[in-house]
Design a protein around this ligand. Structure first.
Ligand SMILES: NC(=O)C1=CN([C@@H]2O[C@H](COP(=O)(O)OP(=O)(O)OC[C@H]3O[C@@H](n4cnc5c(N)ncnc54)[C@H](OP(=O)(O)O)[C@@H]3O)[C@@H](O)[C@H]2O)C=CC1
Ligand SMILES: O=C(O)C1=N[C@H](C(=O)O)C[C@H](O)C1
Length: 218
């Protein structure tokens, strides 16, 4: 059994992850850390093999450093923070998934491939209006992989925040007389759960740390 604690357990994603971990036969939910529950990360760390972090852009890095220092592997879903300090953190493994939905991972992969052949592209990411960061982690990761694929500049990113949205992204390409649009929609946070559980199962066995992107686990 993998002992899993969730940071941000009372949040939109954290609560969904708690249910998913609870329902996984090979995992035990050992802790829920969240200010709303009156529980800190330090309190749940001793009983955890893996922490899953879906918190805030300003807490993800200190939380991850605290996990690694305690020898506890960490799966990060939180976006909008700088991962660089985690490159020198030793003691446990870090996995960061900019997006845990398989469709979004494929959208990013297809966009990087299309970028090699189309003249120009722009990214439009659309999220619910409670999202704290912009651009989204998914859009930043997509732009980086597209730039790597072409050796050119990263495409511009446009961010839209509206009630009614969950998590959506379009990559729009233009070339002479034509456009190509690659779009992904998460219409339910359940879309992220298979990817999160996969990362929980794999994080202890990573050969390097940190690893960024679910595409490396597929
Ligand atoms: N990678 C992916 O596939 C996905 C990533 N995300 C990302 O996940 C993050 C969370 O999103 P979402 O669930 O919508 O946000 P929510 O605001 O609903 O949840 C975040 C929760 O974390 C709590 N929290 C704040 N600080 C701490 C801390 N130090 N320790 C433990 N818990 C803390 C918050 O409490 P309080 O409100 O009191 O601050 C809140 O309850 C965002 O960065 C979002 O972009 C979201 C969906 C998918
Ligand atoms: O805040 C969200 O909701 C999401 N955040 C992640 C991001 O910033 O890309 C992943 C997904 O888009 C949902």
């Amino acid at each position: 059994m993998i002992r899993v604690a969730v940071a941000g357990a009372a949040g939109r994603m954290g609560a969904t992850v708690c249910d998913a971990v609870d329902g996984a036969e090979d995992m035990e939910l050992t802790g829920r850390a969240d200010p709303a529950l009156g529980t800190t990360l330090a309190e749940v760390l001793p009983d955890a093999d893996v922490v899953v972090d879906f918190t805030r852009p300003d807490t993800a890095l200190p939380n991850a450093l605290e996990c690694v220092a305690a020898g506890v592997h960490v799966v990060i879903g939180t976006s909008g923070f700088d991962i660089e300090p985690l490159r020198t953190a030793t003691g446990a493994n870090v996995f960061f998934g900019p997006n845990f939905a398989i469709g979004a991972v494929l959208m990013t992969k297809f966009a990087a491939e299309a970028a090699k052949y189309m003249d120009k592209a722009e990214i439009v990411e659309l999220h619910h209006d409670r999202k704290l960061d912009k651009p989204s982690g998914t859009a930043a990761h997509t732009a980086q992989l597209m730039a790597q694929a072409t050796g050119g500049e990263a495409p511009p990113i446009h961010s839209i925040r509206l009630p009614g949205l969950v998590a959506h992204q379009e990559v729009i390409f233009g070339a002479l007389g034509q456009t190509l649009t690659i779009r992904h929609d998460s219409i339910d946070r359940l879309s992220f759960m298979p990817g999160v559980l996969l990362a929980v199962r794999r994080v202890a066995g990573l050969e390097q740390s940190p690893v960024v992107g679910l595409e490396h686990l597929l």
